[in-house]
Design a binder for this molecule. Structure first.
Ligand code: S3P
Length: 189
């Protein structure tokens, strides 16, 4: 896959991939693009990809919205914690987590200890524009999505900031975001 001009060569990406000995865990707000960036990152590094929300849905045989509706957020967080612990234990791969996962202490400590957390960040306007494309997020249902996104971002930033790697994913080409993540991983490892 071509990522961006003046980016890492295939050989550099290969040598980086060979040094990855634990899961790369994407954290950050809903709408930032963790799933789509994660999928491409996994492809570039020839690693398996897992989306935590999808894994929760598979385990529960229910959509995330349905879990929230029928059992509430605490129940969802409990399943999320267990699913992420299982995914992290599986070794090197790229994991996209739901926006609230890294705020939960147990999950955050586990990811910080056993994985490489990458905070994917974007400004509120970009996030709001992206979350508008999907109406499946239970936390956005009870009010004004722009206000909820702004509040959650403010509340969650101190947690996301504990990730050792932070990169932005603004509206430009996704290749740029991937290149920045690869370079940050290269320096960090
Ligand atoms: C949530 C984000 C969602 C999903 C759930 C709760 C959150 O995932 O886990 O609706 O608390 O921010 P995405 O970040 O993939 O939208």
């Amino acid at each position: 896959m071509t990522i961006a001009p003046s980016s890492l060569s295939d050989a550099q990406i290969k040598s980086l991939a060979a040094r990855i000995d634990r899961p790369i865990v994407l954290v950050g707000m809903m709408g930032v693009g963790k799933t789509s960036v994660g999928r491409k990152l996994a492809q570039l590094l020839s690693l398996p990809f897992a989306d935590a929300d999808e894994a929760i849905e598979e385990a529960a045989q229910m959509s995330v919205s349905e879990i929230f509706e029928r059992f509430g957020e605490d129940y969802f967080r409990d399943g999320e914690r267990r699913v992420i612990a299982r995914l992290v234990a599986e070794g090197p791969k790229v994991i996209a987590t739901g926006g609230g996962a890294f705020v939960q202490e147990e999950t955050r400590l586990l990811v910080l200890e056993r994985g490489i957390a990458v905070w994917l960040d974007a400004d509120v306007d970009t996030l709001v524009e992206r979350v508008r494309r999907k109406d499946t997020r239970p936390l956005l249902r009870g009010g004004n999505p722009a206000e909820i996104v702004a509040r959650l971002k403010r509340e969650r930033e101190p947690f996301y900031a504990q990730a050792p790697i932070r990169t932005t994913s603004e509206s430009g080409p996704q290749g740029e975001t991937l290149r920045r993540i690869l370079e940050a991983l290269d320096q960090w490892l």
